[in-house]
Design a binder for this molecule. Structure first.
Ligand SMILES: [Zn+2]
Length: 449
């Protein structure tokens, strides 16, 4: 049966200017025809109208190119890597995925996490067990002991529940790629650079793999029909990823102009994921981030803006992703903030930012079927009460989400409560602070007042 969305302002996600929507026809979960512009054909008689979007904006559902569904609103690395079982994480993941969908995000890419939680959540949604966005998923990040994911002291070792898979030899790299493909990943994630604990003399993070190792991983994944992305912040690790033929890159915030030029030339898209960094820099003080972390993230953000501003103005394709899944980026809350940051920090127009969160970001999930409103693509729509071209921030306001359609069907937008947090999700900590005799004395004094 053919159904119709009528009227409103159409932003189709291809980067074309907004047009006046006459009608958008859907059949079998896909868009079958669109009539837009002032001299467009009129609505067929007796058309089954499911939504009148007069005064609203009709656009593709957003794609978040960087959302970790297994992290579970983690407040720290122990919570991300150690506590909470695989089973609990998977069940929690499907709950959170629905929150993502209700925020107007009809698809997202999970660039790595613990166990095969992302794959399981993807399959549970695809099987119709739970409502949620379309997903593509990686599994544990292929890592070395100088990579981002090696958070714990060497004498503790790498926990099996952690997000890193340690591949210190060529044969281990091949084995891990094959194992992940066997277990159903859509793409491979590499932790190609370290974190600031191991800095290069220039101040960037250290490249975690040799160039030929990256090439081996990418070649093996491609041979098995899977794509590859990498966390790469340092310039050298970005350059090595380009040489290796990586499909898209995450962050790239410490790359210089020459490296950005090579990224543009190789036509490799980039997902900076600025939201995570900006949330800590701007609001970390509200949620107990240390001043040291806030200061460092501010410096990182300034540097990222300088480098990425050059990159997109010189031809690098940018994709919106948020690093949602941490306590500073809970599911369903900040997915559209990346568009605001692209506008306010990188100087994009709202329309350019929307293209980054639709057509460009859809590259990480299913570029042939998603990312724009065109005949043949999935009828995944976001209808906003407002004009994001006037104010890009309206996309972040739940009250402005008039409708979300997935496969042409309206999504239930009934608000979901934040789930209860269990003490064992966090750590085995006994207290938050120290109980000195003076602590008790001060409390007694306070009570007496
Ligand atoms: Zn991430």
């Amino acid at each position: 049966m053919k159904t119709y969305v009528v009227n409103g302002r159409l932003i189709d996600g291809t980067g074309s200017p907004a047009r006046e929507l006459q009608w958008l026809e859907m059949e079998g979960g896909r868009i079958s025809a669109i009539s837009a512009g002032s001299d467009a054909p009129p609505l067929p008689p007796q058309a089954q109208v499911v939504l009148d979007a007069a005064g609203k904006t009709v656009m593709p559902g957003l794609t978040d190119a960087h959302c970790h569904i297994s992290y579970g609103v983690a407040r720290g690395i122990e919570e991300q890597d150690l506590f909470g079982s695989a089973e609990y994480r998977a069940i929690r993941g499907v709950y959170h995925a629905r929150k993502v969908l209700q925020a107007g995000v009809t698809s997202f890419s999970d660039p790595g996490g613990s166990w095969y939680v992302g794959v399981a959540v993807r399959d549970a949604i695809r099987a119709g067990l739970f409502p949620g966005p379309r997903m593509s998923s990686a599994a544990r990040y292929l890592s070395t002991h100088t990579a981002l994911t090696d958070y714990f002291p060497s004498w503790v070792g790498a926990p099996r529940s952690g997000v890193g898979a340690y591949t210190e030899s060529a044969s281990a790299m091949l084995a891990e790629v094959r194992d992940q493909v066997k277990n159903g990943v859509d793409f491979i994630k590499i932790a190609a650079s370290g974190e600031s604990a191991i800095m290069t003399p220039g101040g960037g993070s250290v490249p975690a793999f040799r160039a030929e190792e990256l090439k081996l991983i990418v070649d093996e994944a491609h041979r098995l029909g899977r794509r590859v992305t990498a966390h790469a912040r340092a310039g050298q690790s970005v350059a090595d990823c380009i040489e290796a033929g990586i499909d898209w890159i995450q962050h790239a915030d410490f790359m210089d102009a020459a490296c950005a030029d090579r990224l543009a030339e190789a036509n490799i898209p980039c997902c900076p994921a600025l939201t995570f960094v900006a949330n800590v820099a701007e609001w970390g003080h509200l949620v107990g981030c240390s001043q040291g972390r806030i200061d460092r993230f501010r410096r990182d953000l300034d540097l990222a803006v300088k480098n990425l501003d050059y990159a997109w103005r010189n031809g690098v394709t940018m994709m919106c992703g948020t690093d949602s899944g941490f306590a500073v980026t809970p599911y369903g809350q900040w997915h559209a903030r990346e568009l605001e940051l692209f506008v306010s920090l990188l100087g994009m127009s709202p329309l350019q930012a929307i293209t980054c969160a639709t057509r460009n970001a859809a590259f990480t999930v299913d570029p042939n079927n998603l990312g724009s409103l065109e005949p043949g693509k999935f009828a995944d729509l976001l209808v906003i009460d407002g004009d994001p071209l006037q104010d890009i921030r309206v996309l972040q306001d739940p009250a402005r989400i008039a409708a979300v359609l997935l496969d042409g069907e309206p999504v239930d937008l009934t608000p979901m409560p934040e789930p209860h947090r269990w003490p064992w999700e966090r750590s085995m900590a006994i207290s938050e602070r120290e109980l000195y005799r003076t602590t008790v004395g001060a409390a007694a004094k306070e009570a007496a007042h």
